[in-house]
Design a binder for this molecule. Structure first.
Ligand SMILES: Nc1nc2c(ncn2[C@@H]2O[C@H](COP(=O)(O)OP(=O)(O)OP(=O)(O)O)[C@@H](O)[C@H]2O)c(=O)[nH]1
Length: 292
């Protein structure tokens, strides 16, 4: 069976209705939404899983394709200033004044399909809608313009249709398992990875993988153990830092974010493990998810 999957970036000014739109899109038919998560490459605000498609919604403009290959993952850091989602939804409030912002400049340059959503039409007249449609046709020339009311679910089906029409054929990017625990583990490892990327220089992050080895939910606390895997002893020493100072930082910052993500107290234990040349070994690449 063919499968579609892709990244949909929802952008727009504060208060335009992005969250309301997300809820409306994810609404009825969809099976699961993953809670908000700040990850290395993008902030995922929801994932919609159906047997034959997976839509990953993100509200951060930027390069948001995750990369399950190391090379692609490096690219995503290089190209951080472009909008490279599979589909982009620009949400605008019908009554807002839109200046020529940076985002419009980027949207003009992107090759991804762009839809402009003129939101809150329940609070406007037909003449106002017409004027706004003309304005956006002139300003951005997007693939399509929808006049919607996210709050009242008006025209949301059409937006969903646009997404599905433009979603590429692709295997799922994330676990399709309905068990949220699986997703939580994934996001927790991403949070730890993010700290490694932030705290260490150059090639260290690219030599690193994070594996969650234990994830135990107790009523008052979640106990998590993770291994930070590197390729050489010298890298292990760098990760640990003088007297454990660096690894302690990774642990503290990661724990704070994980607590916010899980909305629970977290005990986080980190271990550093050397697997010589893991990046060259198929069995490890596979185990860490780089198996395309
Ligand atoms: N009347 C009307 N109000 C709407 C509609 N969509 C959103 N709103 C309201 O607009 C306000 C902002 O909506 P949000 O969905 O929080 O907007 P947002 O773009 O996610 O805002 P930020 O998180 O600040 O970026 C809320 O009070 C919504 O209820 C709509 O279609 N009609």
């Amino acid at each position: 069976m063919s499968h579609k999957a892709g990244f949909v970036s929802i952008v727009g000014k504060p208060n335009a209705g992005k969250s309301t739109l997300m809820n409306a899109l994810v609404g009825e038919k969809m099976s699961i939404v993953t809670p908000k998560a700040q990850t290395t490459r993008h902030r995922i605000i929801g994932i919609v899983n159906e047997p034959d498609f997976q839509i990953v919604f993100s509200d951060t403009p930027g390069v948001i394709k995750p990369a399950y290959t190391l090379q692609a993952s490096m690219m995503s850091f290089v190209q951080g200033s472009l909008i490279d989602a599979d589909i982009i939804l620009l949400v605008t409030d019908i009554h807002e004044k839109y200046d020529e912002s940076e985002i419009i400049e980027k949207l003009r340059k992107t090759e991804s399909p762009v839809a402009v959503l003129i939101n809150k039409i329940d609070k406007s007249t037909e003449a106002e809608v017409k004027a706004k449609v003309a304005y956006w046709e002139e300003t951005l020339k997007p693939q399509v313009i929808f006049a919607v009311s996210a709050l009242h679910g008006h025209n949301i089906g059409a937006v969903m249709g646009f997404i599905l029409d433009n979603l590429p054929e692709h295997p799922p990017y994330y676990e399709k398992d309905a068990l949220t625990d699986k997703n939580e583990r994934f996001f927790v490892s991403e949070i730890i990875r993010e700290k490694v990327f932030k705290l260490y220089e150059q090639e260290i992050p690219y030599s690193t993988e994070v594996v969650i080895t234990a994830f135990k939910e107790e009523p008052a606390i979640t106990r998590i153990s993770a291994e930070i895997i590197v390729e050489r002893d010298s890298q292990k020493n760098i990760i640990i830092g003088k007297g454990g100072s660096m690894i302690k930082k990774v642990g503290t910052y990661a724990r704070q974010d994980i607590e916010e993500f899980l909305q629970q107290k977290v005990f986080l234990e980190l271990f550093v493990k050397v697997i010589p040349d893991w990046r060259k070994k198929d069995n490890y690449l596979k185990r860490f998810g780089y198996d395309q």
